[in-house]
Design a protein around this ligand. Structure first.
Ligand SMILES: [Zn+2]
Length: 170
C-alpha cells in the first residue's frame, strides 16, 4: 500500500464529524487530481497533445492549456466547486462556514474564467462527474473547441489578406 500524505487542516476549517465530508476533504487537492489525470490520458490517446499544465503565468492558472490555440480547461471537483449537475447538498454541520467557503470558491472560478476570456481564451469547465460519465464526450468537446479556434484563425487570416490587398490600391 502506498503511504498517503496526511490531510492538513487549515486553522479555520472546522473538524468534520461526517465521515463522507472528511473523506472528500482528505482527498482535496487542486492539481493532478484523478479526474484530471483521466482526462489528460484520454486527450493524449486521442492525439490532442501539446498542452501545458498549471501554467503560472496564465490568468487563473488553468489545469490544461493549449497555449497556441488559446483553449483553457479547468477540471473541477463537484464538491469543492459546487457542480451545477450534481447539486450536492451542503454539509450538515458548520453549514454557514461551508456556504461561505463554497461561495468564495465559485466566485474565484468565475474570476479566473473572466480573466481568460478577456484575453481571448476559450474556456471549458469539465466536471468530475462528466469525466466519470462520459470521458469520450469531454474529449470531443475539447476537440471542437480547438477546431473552432483554428477556423477562427483562418477567417482572421483571410480578413488580414484582404486588408493588405486593400492597402495596395490606396
Ligand atoms: Zn458533478
Amino acid at each position: 500500500m502506498t503511504k498517503k500524505r496526511p490531510y492538513i487542516r487549515d486553522k479555520r476549517s472546522p473538524k468534520s464529524k461526517n465521515e463522507a465530508v472528511s473523506r472528500v476533504m482528505r482527498a482535496n487537492k487542486s492539481k493532478n487530481t484523478k479526474p484530471e489525470m483521466l482526462l489528460r490520458k484520454a486527450l493524449w490517446k486521442h492525439g490532442l497533445r501539446g498542452y501545458r499544465l498549471h501554467q503560472r503565468h496564465l490568468p487563473g492558472r488553468p489545469d490544461i492549456a493549449f497555449t497556441t490555440k488559446r483553449v483553457a480547461i479547468f477540471v473541477n471537483g463537484c464538491f469543492w466547486h459546487r457542480c451545477p449537475h450534481c447539486q450536492l447538498s451542503l454539509p450538515k454541520t458548520n453549514t454557514t462556514f461551508w456556504e461561505e467557503k463554497f461561495k468564495r470558491n465559485v466566485a474565484r472560478d468565475q474570476d479566473k474564467q473572466a480573466a481568460l476570456t478577456k484575453h481571448n481564451w476559450k474556456v471549458a469547465v469539465i466536471w468530475e462527474c462528466q469525466i466519470k460519465e462520459d470521458l469520450q464526450e469531454q474529449v470531443e468537446r475539447i476537440r471542437q473547441l480547438l477546431g473552432d479556434i483554428a477556423r477562427y484563425e483562418l477567417e482572421r487570416e483571410d480578413f488580414l489578406n484582404v486588408a493588405e490587398e486593400g492597402e495596395t490600391y490606396r
